[in-house]
Design a protein around this ligand. Sequence first.
Ligand code: SF4
Length: 771
Amino acid sequence: MMFDKLKEFLNFDIKEEKYSLQDDKTFGKVASKKAPTSWVRSTCGYCGVGCGLYIGVKDGISVYTKGDPAHPVNKGTLCPKGLSEHEMVHSVNRFTRPQIRKNGQLVPTSWDDVFKKTSDKFKDIQAKHGNKAIAVVSTGQLLTEEFYTLGKFVQMGLKTNNYDGNTTLCMASAVMGYKQTFGSDGPVGAYEDFSYADTIMLIGANIADNHPILKLHIAKNKKITGKKPTIIVVDPRFSKTAKMADIYVPLKPRSDLALMNGLAYIILEQGWENEKFINERTTGYKEFRKHIMENYKPQDVANITGIEVKDLYNLARVYAKSPAAMSAWTMGVNQSSIGTDTVSAICNLALITGNLGRKGATALSITGQCNAMGTRETGFTSSIPGYRNFASSYDREEYATIANVLVEDVPTARGYSYPQIIDAIDKGEIKALWLVATNPLISFPDQKKLRRALNKLDFLVVQDAFKSETALKADAVFSAATWSEKEGTYTNSERRCNYAKKAVEPLGQTKSDFDIVLEFSSYFGLKDKLYPNWSEPLDAFNEWKKLSDGRLCDYTGMTYELIEKLGGIQWPCNSKNPTGTARLYSEDMPCNTEDGKAKLLPLDWKPMSENQSSSFPLILNTGRTVEQWHTRTKTKTISILNDLAPEAWIEINPEDAKKLEVKSGDRLDISSTRGKINDIIVRESQNVRVGNVFVPFHFNEQLINTITIGEFDPKSFEPNYKQCAVQLHSSKVPQGIKIKEEEIAGALEHVVVKDETIFANTIYKKDKLEL
Ligand code: SF4
């Protein structure tokens, strides 16, 4: 012992034992300290990239995670979260038993007790206030089988359509944008498009931090096409992803829709559109063209976006002249009160240039959570499973027949969305809330209003594997199993259905979400009615397969065995496409619209509802960092991740730092009309423009959603997380940054140049383009 200590003190201790390796039949060498005795092939449970991996198991515990070399998504690689995922399973932050609140304290209890008390409370509330007085908000983290089982119980059993997912906070705008353009939800492209595109335009997508494995597919491009693709990054923040761009477009916050329309103007003006594609595959061209040519002249767009006219022309040329151009986006686009229309504006651009349904030619939304797609397909929130429409009697009857339920029980309309549920709680209309694997006390915007609403609930039940901030406030906790402890499927961003195999038994007395819903339904006498003879996730999968028959998200050709063998299968997968379909809407695949054509939609940019003012002169942008996951329920106890990003920080431009007399490492406070957060560490950075700041949203200690705005897209109900007006307060300049009135006026009003002839007829004239 003494000798060991001396070795350490003298720096002779090379920790040989700790870092020693040993042979492993599957992976060659592995760390001896945690060498598993078996490997289970599965799928990562964090993000929507959907990486294949192996879980190493020793003595019934997950001890290792390794990338699956044969998986088409990640080819053996994993990001830091995937590599340490096994540590999350036995985190101290897990619930091991169900809990019930007694005398103000959450105490462990039996499953029978928690189910009995919760079901009694639900029945009582529904008897007094009606079925819809109960609302449910789920997640993008369950398995598809669990989403289907839960949705069926909420809609057919509890008979409340006040049901939504936290996916509304991240992906709803993509869903609605796809619906209004193509007639159905469903990401149209594939990751392999990154490897075939001549031009890749990433819009509001910091894939280097949030979806790092996608860079692999871009890296393969040169090998496949023989030349490096042109990478365009459109982002107000010079993110890690922007650093790999050939063309970086530092547009002003919230001007992306105007940019898309402006590029469409130039493409149409210059005759760079794909006339054949427009005629054969789209509708609405005449109105679209008129709208664009009247309203989105380059100088106007330059004023809105802050991008010079010559750069707009260059951008339009690069995109339109590419034989195959791909656009891809994520939260920078979706999390906006004009997110839905921005998604469709991106699709408009792809449509007028014929970039759809071909290798490398697409418009792909990148999803956030590991199974946001699964809940979109089967979850029963904004549509009936299989992208069926609540308003269609045909769709309701078809669902009822296949699922063997009464058609009268199938809702005829969508209920409240997530933000509407919070409003209805605030108004006293909803009395009980059941949250599944979501943590609004960190993730929901405008926390003051949210907390006021939640305090009015008669009963809050949280179903979660982790002791989230929200779960700790609950009246009852259904302690759930998590990734690796249960079985089923996840669908990733490219519609690839992956098999997530169970590797270990659920921790303590936790249960899979599938088992929780099945058992809870029996306390309402509904188990045999809704789930006759069901005992395992495969039962839900088989019913879902039948429901998907003939739908866009057709699973009929899939089995667990085939999914595992192929490393996931992209739907639709049926007898016509037995190994799946790489991309939607190729030449022989009509859209889900009446005439089978995609819609070109005239859409308008709108300014931010809360712009800079003399009191709040900066614009706050929020986002993520690669080391943390969402509200840190899973990552804060994994030291290799948490030590790298243990607290929030604020990125501010050096010019603004100078005004506040702070430098990197100092601390300051940040406020908006909704509240104030103290003590955030400063990172001076040229990555943010003057007058803009960035703060990651993961952290309870510096809860940025205290000050974000409760504004939502009216079509998707997605929050406008990316822009609100704030002030900074340093110890030396506590009153914050002062901006002169005329500077604010300049930021508010863009100058419209009506006379466009200089650009249309001279320098930028068609065929004489000089850039
Ligand atoms: Fe998991 Fe996403 Fe990381 Fe892949 S990129 S390992 S799916 S968190």
